[in-house]
Design a protein around this ligand. Structure first.
Ligand code: A2P
Length: 344
């Protein structure tokens, strides 16, 4: 089995390479791809390849995490060359011929693969889907309000680097942070995040549409609907960047058809695979962990059909690389290797 990792030098690609080794993925050969800038570099003892028509054929599985435009340009070429592509970008997620899969939530959607491409959900949506599915199966989800607290690492290595570079200059003058925050915020550069992120919270993440929602927020609505097979689910999303390196958190207000019993809800959450229940999980403590954690589970003060909860997950692991590798494992388990559409 020949496996390609596209975007192998990035934040998610680096975790993918490690997971393929640690989970003993049955690859006979792994080939790493990145941009022309990295071609020729040696990573894990392997020389990084550039994407070229003559280098992308003959793979069985291709794991992509190199941004949407790279996926748009190259995923179909890998598929035409025989690979099943598992894509971590937003490029293919809403394509009706491309399954959008959270491995614990809707693995059977893999049978709908018609282009040789499977999409990995957005990292924030991913984390919400585990408790949402656990509770939906028990009580019937009818609406969701989700407010995210997203880590810098959701924007890739450059997002982590920008936050790291801001910490020391701002921490050097605590008095200024207290008394003149606007001056403190202007002391450092920002280009990845929409404002200075260190010691701050930035309530704008992505590009605004005409309704005043960002593309990141629209992913929460659209991808949740597709993954849960609830095409009309009302979703109210707010996405916020916080100065956490890795680990997304989401405060969720979920409405159900049935009035949820708290003990039954906790039982449904505890018995869901790879989901743990804790009183108050924090993203820092879940950075580097495979499990998604849910806590602060409580009935609404006003509406008996509503549960409120807080969910936390590592955006590079379950939010990205781990789910990608889990999907690749599913492709192998279901005998779908070699089933990608051949070139027309
Ligand atoms: P490179 O390291 O050569 O820039 P991150 O999400 O951490 O920013 O990582 C993005 C990944 O996608 C990196 O491995 C990056 O390679 C790769 N990448 C970015 N642009 C391209 C491109 N046009 N073709 C192939 N790989 C790309």
């Amino acid at each position: 089995m020949r496996v390609a990792v596209v975007g192998a030098t990035g934040a998610v690609g680096t975790v993918m390479r490690r997971l393929l080794r640690e989970r003993e993925f049955p690859a006979d050969e792994v080939v790493l791809f990145a941009s022309e800038r990295s071609a020729g570099k040696v990573v894990d003892g392997l020389t990084v390849q550039p994407l070229r028509d003559d280098t992308v054929t003959g793979f069985d599985i291709a794991l992509f995490s190199a941004g949407g435009s790279t996926s748009k340009a190259w995923a179909e070429k890998f598929a035409a060359g025989g690979a099943v592509v598992v894509d971590n970008s937003s490029a293919w997620r809403m394509d009706p011929d491309v399954p959008l899969i959270v491995s614990e939530v809707n693995p059977d959607a893999i049978e709908d693969m018609r282009k040789g491409i499977i999409a990995n959900p957005n990292c924030t949506t991913m984390v919400v889907m585990l408790p949402a599915k656990a509770l939906h199966d028990r009580f019937g989800l009818t609406a969701m309000v989700a407010t995210s607290f997203q880590a810098a690492g959701g924007a890739g290595q450059k997002g982590i680097d920008e936050l790291a570079a801001q910490v020391e200059p701002l921490a050097a003058d605590v008095r200024q942070l207290v008394e003149d925050g606007a001056t403190a915020a202007r002391k450092v550069e920002h280009s990845v995040h929409a404002n200075t992120l260190a010691f701050n919270v930035v309530p704008l993440l992505g590009t605004l549409n005409e309704l005043g929602y960002t593309d990141e927020e629209m992913k929460l609505q659209n991808e949740s609907r597709k993954i849960l097979s609830l095409p009309d689910l009302p979703v109210t999303p707010t996405c916020v960047r916080v100065p956490v390196m890795v680990g997304h958190s989401i405060a969720v207000r979920a409405t159900f058809a049935q009035e949820p019993d708290l003990d039954a809800a906790l039982e449904a959450l505890r018995s869901f695979p790879n989901l743990v229940v804790e009183e108050a999980p924090t993203p820092l403590e879940y950075a580097g962990r495979d499990e998604t954690a849910v806590g602060r589970v409580r009935r609404d003060l006003a509406d008996p059909h509503v549960l409120n909860f807080f969910v936390v997950g590592d955006n590079l692991l379950k939010g990205a690389a781990l789910n990608t590798v889990q999907i690749a494992e599913l492709v192998v388990d279901r005998g779908l290797v070699g089933s990608a559409a051949p070139a027309a």
